[in-house]
Design a binder for this molecule. Structure first.
Ligand SMILES: Cc1cc2nc3c(=O)[nH]c(=O)nc-3n(C[C@H](O)[C@H](O)[C@H](O)COP(=O)(O)OP(=O)(O)OC[C@H]3O[C@@H](n4cnc5c(N)ncnc54)[C@H](O)[C@@H]3O)c2cc1C
Length: 509
């Protein structure tokens, strides 16, 4: 039995929601994964009379496709969709059976309107929390549009293929055999990447806002809710709604909620923001801000939005180490997300650059999967909490190098080593390895502001106690500001402050 009793009980409830019959076409061999996959498929068939099973020859073995009776949908799972992909399997069964997905009809219409043949393949690991979003979005597109097909491929079950295609980060998506994207992508992001989004003129024609929030993370969401609750016209422009929280696995310090997961918190944030009729312009990147009669915001696509006040909450992103080889080997051995990409380095040697909390946590996590981890820290001592350091030093397959400056990530077509300089002796050292995880903190997303607003030497926007910047009518909140600490609850608090500050400004001006 592949499924434990709890999962089976949950699954039984979901399968009752199936609305029509589903045919699983199964391509199996005599290997262990094929045997487990057949056990899973048979178990599903015994749990619902709506699920039929047929043996078939598919492009990959082991794999199975999920089809309507008499009509292939193009949805295929190569490997066993358990772990984080279990939900993808359940949703595929429900949606192929005829159950409507929980997605805006406008987006479904957009998917249906796509013309042409699109064959997507997504390489995943079953421990990757960013992968299911991509798999589920592409499965949905495949179910809704006959011209689109999608195969999820578990890298662990197709090691030779992953090796030959040099897939070193998940999720990696190929479209018609060519690279399409990597990392978490929502359905809307995939559609935008395929060239199906709103025109610039549609956005420019919008009425001016009272408050325009730039950024859709915790700070921006909180600012928008506080502003809209004052009954004023509020909009949000976000490159990716949810911000860093979308990349966060477990959250245990969001006060009043003992444990939640990033994407779950983002879904509640979006629901809350929508409750107040905030105009959300997702997948739009701010490019330039200028104060005229009103404040004008130019977007990357050329649209100009106008507002009486603006709240900047563009957050932060992973800091790059900026050494030769980093950009060149990104997703070819250079990675930033140990939870996602760690399993692809099973049995290999890797380095973690950075000895703060995130670096040491990453090293502990990776040590359980890979052969050996070298931690490289610039300072003479690790900066991580003592409890994490104790755990790290107790691991047999970890080497810690302190007072070391990484000078190059080497490789040919993928990473084959790292070079660092011992800062005490000046000697150069080279370690042969296959993966490098960069964990050296974050950098604020504020470069696009140029000289319009005062920023610290780290690029953080300087704000006063009302969240106001030095440009009248422009406020800022969250990780993009000079706030002492960067946390979800702190960003939300500062978003609220900035919204109340902006409202106060509107009353007085
Ligand atoms: C891996 C990880 C784990 C974490 N775990 C925790 C935790 O457990 N608890 C906790 O409290 N905190 C945690 N944090 C920190 C927390 O996520 C941040 O402090 C918080 O998300 C900051 O919120 P923000 O709204 O200021 O910025 P962000 O979350 O960074 O959001 C910024 C928003 O601005 C948008 N944006 C950026 N540039 C532009 C542009 N030019 N135009 C338009 N939009 C733009 C982004 O797309 C995004 O929507 C974690 C962070 C990471 C990376």
């Amino acid at each position: 039995m592949l499924l434990d009793a709890d999962i089976k009980a949950q699954l039984a409830q979901y399968l009752q929601m199936m609305e029509g019959d589903v045919l699983l076409k199964v391509s199996a061999g005599s290997d262990d994964v094929s045997r487990d996959m057949l056990a899973l498929v048979d178990e599903l068939a015994t749990m619902s009379s709506r699920i039929k099973v047929e043996h078939a020859e598919l492009d990959r073995t082991p794999s199975f496709s999920v089809n309507r009776i008499g009509e292939d949908t193009g949805v295929t799972f190569a490997g066993i969709p358990l772990g984080h992909e279990f939900t993808s399997l359940v949703l595929a069964l429900l949606q192929v059976s005829g159950r409507a997905p929980k997605v805006d009809q406008r987006v479904i219409d957009q998917v249906k309107a796509i013309k042409g043949e699109y064959s997507f393949e997504t390489y995943v690991s079953l421990s990757c929390h960013n992968c299911p979003d991509v798999v589920q979005a592409l499965n949905l597109m495949s179910i809704q549009n006959q011209g689109i097909s999608h195969t999820m491929i578990d890298g662990a079950a197709f090691k030779d293929e992953v090796e030959s295609k040099q897939i070193m980060a998940v999720p990696t998506v190929l479209l018609n055999g060519e690279p399409f994207g990597s990392g978490r992508m929502s359905l809307e992001e995939i559609l935008a990447k395929m060239g199906s989004g709103p025109e610039a003129s549609e956005l420019t024609d919008k009425e001016p806002y009272d408050v325009l929030v730039i950024g859709g993370g915790p700070a921006g969401s909180s600012a928008a809710i506080y502003a809209a609750r004052k009954g004023i016209r509020t909009g949000i422009v976000a490159e990716r709604f949810g911000g860093q929280v979308m990349d966060t696995l477990g959250i245990e310090n969001f006060i009043s909620v003992k444990h939640t997961e990033g994407p779950k918190l983002v879904a509640s944030l979006e629901e809350h923001v929508k409750e107040y009729g905030v105009d959300i312009m997702n997948l739009q990147r701010a490019k330039r801000l200028e104060k005229k009669d009103m404040i004008e915001l130019e977007l990357e696509n050329g649209a100009i939005l106008k507002s009486k006040t603006v709240i900047i909450s563009t957050g932060a992103r992973w800091r790059n180490i900026n050494v030769p080889g980093e950009a060149e080997f990104k997703n070819k051995g250079v990675a930033y997300c140990p939870h996602c990409d760690g399993p692809l380095f099973e049995g290999k040697d890797v380095a973690v650059i950075g000895g703060g909390n995130s670096g040491v946590e990453a090293a502990i996590d990776l040590a359980g999967i890979v052969k050996h981890v070298t931690v490289i820290e610039f300072n003479p001592e690790l900066k991580a909490d003592q409890v994490l350091q104790d755990r790290l030093y107790s691991l047999p397959n970890v080497t810690v190098v302190t007072n070391a400056q990484t000078s190059e990530i080497t490789g040919t077509d993928k990473v084959n080593g790292i070079t660092y300089i011992d800062r005490a002796s000046g000697e150069e050292h080279h370690v042969e390895l296959q993966g490098v995880f960069v964990q050296i903190g974050l950098v604020p997303n504020t470069e696009w502001l140029g000289d319009t607003i005062e920023r610290t030497r780290f690029g953080e926007i300087v704000v006063d106690k009302l969240g106001a910047t030095d440009l009248p009518g422009v406020f800022a909140a969250g990780d993009c500001t000079d706030s002492a600490y960067k946390q979800i609850i702190i960003s939300m608090g500062s978003g609220a402050t900035a919204a109340l500050g902006a409202f106060d400004y509107l009353i007085r001006n």
